[in-house]
Design a protein. Structure first.
Lengths: 292, 765
């Protein structure tokens, strides 16, 4: 019996090992703009049915192809896609475990539109700072295919729609909404972006969220204001792109920073009502995706 | 030869009784035989005889002298026995006082020209005209009849035209037997190809003929095997289907003369070919069963023709086509999908069937510990009561036809809810599908639940988890290749290859061991697991319903890892869910034994009636409203079947050719228990083109069972003499001597010749 048990353990181990090799890519941590030493959860290798993927996208500054892009300490620029990563993701996934019955991993999965099938293994996707993304045609085409097959994309943390209100160090003025839609129109040239009405199931599938407000980013700690990028960044926009059956496949969170809310939800300075709404929005979006 | 040796026809021996006419007692024969035997022994072995053993004549010693004694004793015994005057007592028909009924098959199959250059009908008439009628008329009165789907007396053989549309031998003989009650019918002569299409001759008719001791002599016409013919003998098509379902026709066929040839089986409806499938014909005479798939199409009654185009030199081309009726019900079965956790399998299963206009899926998703998210179809909101979670009442659950349990720990379901699910499958006839998951099957504790015996598997008792989140490939079983549930490609071999190429499953679960009677349609093969495989999709019937286990929650990869245009995932789940509910009965379910009746009018209508809790309703009033061609409208009361509670039946005779619709409705007092509509079709002029070879077996059996004899046409000349020996009609008992049979003389002479030959060979003569 003892040998039989040992055999079973070895067999399971082999299945697990080779299964990992053949199946999805293993978990990998990437260098990030804000964090490079955020601790891994103890159970980060524990498998689960679900996790939220984070999209690693090319941006308007040339990431990942421009080697001259460096941080102040001289390290390579990790890309705008890493904003809030991974602290925001880990906090959010803890919330998913606590607030829903979704069987989630404790860590996110970083995926790229790299032409391989890997991204299709992760049907729910999050992209941050999409006011800076720049999808080439092939990546836009893959994202379109991903969404039409049944994938779900949530974009967040981009602000304003007036270039004059945005100044960056290299002197460029950016209309983040425009930058977002430039790439998005490559993905879906013929689909309209629309506001999500209050009565849409996505705001009621788990929590009733008809009373929503702007969720500010961490800049609130320094500025005391909830919006970014001038007057056009003030009104929060809950928008979407729908598929042919009217289901939301791209959820667009414009003029808000849910990523910061999850990231800083354990800080006393960050107001509970903002963090709470950010979590509830995420839970609703995830449950909506899994049920529609 | 028989008659030469034994003096009389075999009929005399088979029908006669052996008697000894001498008044001497039989014991005297025994005494005489002993004395003769002893005397012969004395002659053979007397002292001083050169034949005696131990003498100086070695040529006749030992065994040789015993052989000589035996032969002499046998001959003496035979001669002695003839002194007792053996004879046969046999009943014979009294000349000119009996009637012989001559029945000629007048059905269309008798028009087949396979008796040399003439038709079977002509051959039969020739046999009668050549001498048989005259010989019979020499001793009997002869009554001529023609037989098809009924019996009719005729005066002349010209009236036999071979145009009858069916052959009902049993019913025809029954009429002859009825005539025999008032007429001295001594024998029946049946000239036929035996191609009966009423389902054979029933035992009652045979018993009645035997009771009246009327021998039926048969003369068989037609080839027992056509040299070039293909016949579709049957096609099994489900009588009911859901709209746009994929249906399977099991086509039975056999052929002669075309072995190895490739032909196409076509399925046609309303002039439109639904599908064609090429097959290779097996050896001559071998029954072949082929599966052809086709789409049921929209709701309505479909007349489906299944046929093979005529082959070169085919002798009978009208047996290449069969017609079946499929009633495509305009119903939308409802399925409740109860899911214990939000997961991708839930999402993609919903998406897979959302375009299926037939399946109505209601989902109840446990999103948090205490919250359920219900997605109901708008038109049923008012009827569905899932406010308290999983149904707790019969009326709540039994309104569905199918139930899917996702990742739901069995402890979440109360014992009474588990019992309800059990009744849902067993009594209601619903379909239950369990999906794999972290709280499913063994990991959900189902082996210790009230649902355990419903499952098509014996769940493993392992303490470790059976649900594994690792990649697994899929392989179809032999049954899976053919199953409509797992049919992604019409060709079974291509289907198996298709499944092998599917993206791997994201996870798998060990469901345990399939139970006896369960069918494994697919296996999961964990990657890196050494090639071992686990049952993946297992189905079984249970009670009135059916259950299935799909031991994974990772088939969603078939959708995400294949192009948008690929429909594998959708097709699989739609077929699985249709199987789940297709046979779930309504409270009133009507049926007929066959959807198409050929050249007969009688059909049995049957209805199973249940009350609101799906218990058999034995006290209902059940009526069938029949609408037929030319404005036929009849109401028929259906009677309860004595041995089947809740089952009602009625015999109906469809007066005209065409399609009939039958609405069966049931009431209990003023309570309406429900209704069902079924269809059948009567077709004439079809049956005679099937099974057209001479059914010699049936004719021989009929003759032997009734004391008659089967004749080939060239033997018919003997019939007039044989027919004399009958116990029916007006008979006289005669005795026939046996002592002067040539065989006796030959036997005596043979014994003497044998002794002489032996002695010559031993050199003692």
């Amino acid at each position: 019996m003892r040998y039989r048990n040992i055999g079973l353990v070895v067999a399971c181990g082999l299945v697990s090992f080779f299964g990992t090799l053949f199946a999805q890519k293993p978990f990998k941590e990437w260098p990030a703009i804000e964090y490079n030493d955020f601790p891994l959860p103890q159970d980060y290798q524990q498998k689960a049915d679900w996790t939220r993927a984070r999209l690693r996208y090319p941006d308007i500054y040339g990431y990942p192809d421009n080697p001259r892009l460096v941080m102040r300490d001289g390290s390579p620029f990790p890309g705008y896609w890493t904003m809030d990563y991974p602290r925001s993701d880990r906090h959010l996934l803890q919330g998913v475990r606590r607030l829903t019955r979704i069987d989630t991993k404790s860590v996110e999965q970083v995926v790229s539109l790299d032409g391989t099938d890997e991204i299709y293994n992760w049907p729910v996707l999050y992209a941050v700072e999409v006011g800076h993304w720049k999808l080439p045609a092939d990546q836009a085409a893959q994202l379109r295919e991903y969404l039409l097959r049944g994938g779900f994309l949530m974009v967040d943390d981009f602000h304003g729609s007036n270039a004059r209100d945005h100044y960056v160090n290299d002197g460029q003025n950016i209309n983040e909404w425009q930058v977002f839609t430039d790439s998005m129109s490559l993905v879906f040239p013929d689909r309209q972006i629309e506001d999500i009405p209050n009565g849409d199931p996505i705001f009621h599938v788990l929590y009733d969220l008809q009373d929503r407000f702007q969720v500010p980013g961490a800049q609130y700690f320094e500025t005391g204001i909830t919006y970014e990028k001038g007057p056009t960044g003030k009104p929060p926009h809950w928008r979407c792109i729908r598929d042919d059956r009217g289901r939301i496949m791209v959820a667009i969170c414009h003029n808000m920073d849910l990523g910061d809310a999850w990231e800083h939800s354990d800080e006393p300075q960050y107001l509970e009502k903002w963090a709470s709404l950010a979590y509830r929005i995420a839970m609703n979006y995830f449950i909506y995706d899994l049920s529609h | 030869m028989f008659e030469f040796l034994f003096k009389y026809p075999s009929q005399v021996f088979s029908r006669g009784t052996f008697v000894l006419l001498s008044s001497w007692p039989m014991w005297l024969f025994g005494v005489g035989l002993v004395i003769v035997g002893a005397g012969l022994a004395w002659l053979v072995w007397r002292p001083g005889s050169p034949r005696a053993a131990g003498t100086d004549s070695p040529r006749m010693g030992g065994v040789r002298s015993v052989a000589v004694w035996l032969m002499q004793t046998a001959m003496a015994a035979l001669l002695l026995f003839l002194l007792w005057h053996p004879a046969l007592s046999v009943a014979t028909l009294k000349p000119q006082q009996n009637i012989v009924a001559v029945v000629v098959d007048d059905s269309e199959s008798m028009s087949i020209a396979d008796e040399g250059s003439s038709t079977r009908r002509d051959a039969a008439v020739n046999v009668l005209n050549s001498s048989l009628i005259k010989e019979l008329q020499g001793n009997f009165q002869v009554r001529l009849y023609r037989m098809s789907d009924h019996l009719e007396r005729i005066e002349k053989l010209d009236q036999v035209t071979a145009q009858g549309q069916a052959t009902h031998i049993g019913e025809s003989l029954k009429q002859v037997v009825d005539d025999a009650a008032s007429l001295p019918i001594g024998a029946v002569v049946l000239l036929s190809d035996g191609a009966d299409n009423s389902g054979g001759i029933d035992l009652d008719t045979i018993s009645e003929i035997r009771r009246q001791r009327i021998p039926v002599h048969t003369i068989g016409f037609g080839k027992e095997k056509l040299s070039h013919d293909l016949e579709i003998t049957d096609a099994e098509v489900p009588p009911r289907a859901l709209p746009d379902s994929r249906l399977s026709a099991m086509v039975h066929l056999h052929q002669h003369g075309y072995a190895g040839q490739k032909v196409k089986i076509n399925v046609k409806e309303d002039g439109k070919i639904l599908n064609s499938q090429e097959i290779t014909l097996k050896a001559d005479g071998v029954e072949q069963v082929e599966q052809v798939l086709f789409s049921a199409g929209p709701a309505g009654v479909k007349t489906v023709q299944i046929y093979v185009d005529p082959l070169a030199s085919e002798e009978n081309t009208r047996n290449n086509l069969v017609t079946e009726l499929v009633s495509v019900d305009d119903r939308k079965p409802r399925i409740l999908y109860f899911e214990g956790e939000p997961r991708w399998e839930f999402k993609f299963l919903r998406r897979a069937v959302e375009d299926d206009k037939t399946i109505r899926l209601t989902t109840d998703l446990r999103t948090t510990q205490d919250k359920m998210y219900r997605q109901l179809l708008s038109d049923q909101d008012a009827n569905v009561d899932l406010v308290d979670g999983f149904p707790t009442k019969v009326q709540e659950l039994f309104q569905y036809e199918g139930l899917i349990l996702g990742s739901v720990d069995q402890a979440y379901l109360k014992p009474e809810q588990q019992m309800l699910i059990h009744q849902f499958v067993d009594r209601r006839g619903g379909g239950l599908l369990l999906l794999g998951g972290k709280d499913s099957l063994a990991d959900g504790g189902y082996q210790n639940s009230g649902l355990n015996d419903l499952l098509p598997v014996v769940l493993p008792e392992r303490k470790s988890k059976t649900y594994v989140i690792d990649a697994a490939d899929v392989e179809l079983s032999k049954e899976g290749r053919e199953s409509l549930i797992t049919r992604l490609d019409e060709d079974p071999e291509k289907n198996a290859e298709h499944w092998k190429k599917l993206p791997y499953l994201m996870n798998f679960q060990d469901p345990g061991t399939p139970k006896p009677g369960a069918t494994v349609l697919a296996y999961s093969i964990p990657r890196g697991g050494g090639g071992g495989k686990l049952p993946l999709l297992i189905i079984q019937p249970f009670g009135l319903g059916r259950t299935a286990v799909f031991a994974t929650a990772g088939s969603w990869r078939w959708q995400m890892l294949q192009p948008v245009s690929n429909m594998d995932h959708e097709m699989f789940y739609r077929q699985l869910l249709r199987w789940l509910v297709n046979d779930t009965p309504k409270r009133v379910t009507g049926s007929t034994p066959k959807s198409v009746i050929s050249d007969i009018s009688n059909i049995k209508l049957r209805a199973e009636v249940r009350d609101t809790t799906y218990l058999p309703a034995g006290d209902a009033t059940v009526t069938a409203h029949i609408l037929g061609p030319d404005g036929i409208s009849e109401m028929v009361d259906m009677r309860p079947e004595p041995l089947e509670l809740g089952v009602y039946s009625a015999d109906y005779s469809a007066p005209k050719e065409g399609s009939y619709a039958v609405e069966i409705s049931a009431k209990r007092g003023t309570e309406d228990l429900g209704s069902d509509t079924i269809s059948f079709r009567r077709e004439d002029g079809v049956a005679e083109h099937f099974h057209v070879e001479q059914n010699r077996e049936l004719l021989e059996k009929l003759s032997s069972e009734t004391g008659g004899r089967y004749y080939r046409p060239d033997e018919a000349g003997k019939l007039a003499k044989d027919i004399t020996y009958s116990e029916a009609g007006i008979t006289v008992r005669e005795t026939r001597d046996l002592w002067d049979m040539p065989v006796i003389f030959l036997l005596i002479a043979g014994l003497r010749a044998a002794e002489w030959t032996l002695r010559r060979s031993w050199g003692v003569i």
